[in-house]
Design a protein around this ligand. Sequence first.
Ligand code: CO8
Length: 259
Amino acid sequence: MTRETVLSEVSDGIATITINRPEVLNALNMQLLGDLLGVIGEVSTDADVKIVVITGAGKAFVAGADIAQMKEFTTRQALAFGDFGHSVLLGLETMDKPVIAAVNGYALGGGTEIALGCDFIYASSKAKFGQPEVGLGIIPGFGGTQRLARTVGMNKARELIYTGDIIDAAEAKRIGLVGDVFAPEELMDKVREKAQAIMTKGLFAIGTAKRLINKGVDLSLDAALEFEKQAFSALFGSEDQKIGMTAFVEKKAPQFRNR
Ligand code: CO8
């Protein structure tokens, strides 16, 4: 499942995707987005993969889109690049498996945007986040104007996008962008620990909750609550609901079958 610019390995149900252009701080070019889209397709359909972790090789997570490549784009090429980036983000968001961003270093521009497409973000204390695009005469184009505002609120998103300020991991945690911060050498172990804990739960139910959270924000509260009620009741037709509730009343640990 490994491609030139994106590495992928599966172990104990966890697929670890590593963005791999360390010589340019994992800057996103067309090839990398294509490789990433391919790997996302593979892990989302691989029955051995229960949960996905995305990280970066070297000292960066992703230092943004590849400025050297973007510099010469026409409007039409920029649109195609934007479409490509959005497909990657949608691939992460619509996969019915949890995706955790393990942000090991710089996550700037498209890097913060990829992290925002994941279900939640854990960061190394060395990580840095920001949307510096306006300093290049462009805007966040891989969903940053929308997902950042939905995650940290509109005022903070405006401030970060208008100033291009780069914030450290502690500040990213304070504003709710990052779930938790760990020492650099502990990051991957802590992320895997969390992934293992999630894997003991009903993954079919988690996939349903993910869909509801991601789709619900675009609906009226009334429609979203109806959607939730229907999904909730549908889960009573799943094996996992029987397994989970039977295990509870028998005081045993549930062995979910994820269906
Ligand atoms: N693009 C291309 N090359 C990059 C990028 C990048 N985004 N970031 C770093 N590099 C390259 C550098 O050019 C350098 O290459 P070389 O060794 O050949 O000179 C190498 O990576 C190492 O970088 P630095 O020497 O700069 O490393 P430092 O530790 O001194 O600095 C920084 C690290 C602060 C991260 C610095 O590299 C930097 O500011 N990078 C650019 C950050 C940035 O502006 N990112 C936003 C890009 S725009 C974007 O992401 C838009 C997304 C949506 C696009 C939608 C289009 C439709």
